[in-house]
Design a protein around this ligand. Sequence first.
Ligand SMILES: [Mg+2]
Length: 312
Amino acid sequence: MSGEVGDLIIKWSGQEYVISGLVETDTVADLKDAVFKKTNVLPERQKLLGLKIKGKLPDKEIQLSTLQIKPKTKIMMMGTREEELAKVTEPPAVMPDVINDFDIEEDEIAIENREEFLAKIEKRIKDYEIKILNEPREGKRLLVLDIDYTLFDHRSVAETPAELMRPYLHDFLKAAYLYYDIVIWSATGMKWIETKMNGLGVSSHKDYKICFYLDSDAMISVHTPKYGLIDVKPLGVIWGKYKQWSAANTIMFDDIRRNFIMNPQTGLRIRPFRKAHFNRDKDSELLKLMWYLEDITCEKDFSVLNHKDWEK
Ligand SMILES: [Mg+2]
């Protein structure tokens, strides 16, 4: 006769589920079945963190008695229900093998590596259509720019967009264009982006060209402990479509840091440009950013840079 394991507590997605009735001769596969009944996360999607499993036996060959689980042990689980995954991607024909990373805590799995968010990026790569305005040029790096509060004060009142333009905008874009193809990515709709870029004279400038615009439809929503549910701009969408660009040769400017949470190393948070009428004569952020862009062009691999120190 085998002893009872006692209640186990599965922590998943902010909730706790009590699993009871298991005995020591039950296996990890039995445990996962029990977890499935409570959470609807398929066993092959479950990643149970904190179990002391030695070796790489299949789940159904690992008896719970070998794991030295104490009653009321809390086990962190990662995994996504099929219906949630189905919302963002078609399920793969073959389920990938889930590796049990038993020694890592949930918090250590960075947002940018989460399976469910990467699936959303894949979906954007497949479904989001980019309208090329000017073909990418060979050998150029990639500069991705936010609009609101980055290039333009979208809250102040004015007669024309030009009045709300950040100082040095055209000088900045002209200098950047020597080394970078330029992409504009705004969390608004395409109509607004075009209106603003036309109004600022960016779309028709003779000294530089914009490669393409991305709008809010190219963004994905992610859930983070710090911010809750937020929409972000994952550069993986561009990198998936244009293989010449990657973290090694891309830089993104935005006044909101969480916008580049899926590629934290590639983003540079700039000071927002607000109160245009008041700050027009004082703001020199784009001038300084222009110098920074020129400085880093001698670096072959941007992924070694720490943009937080950009002003030094
Ligand atoms: Mg902004």
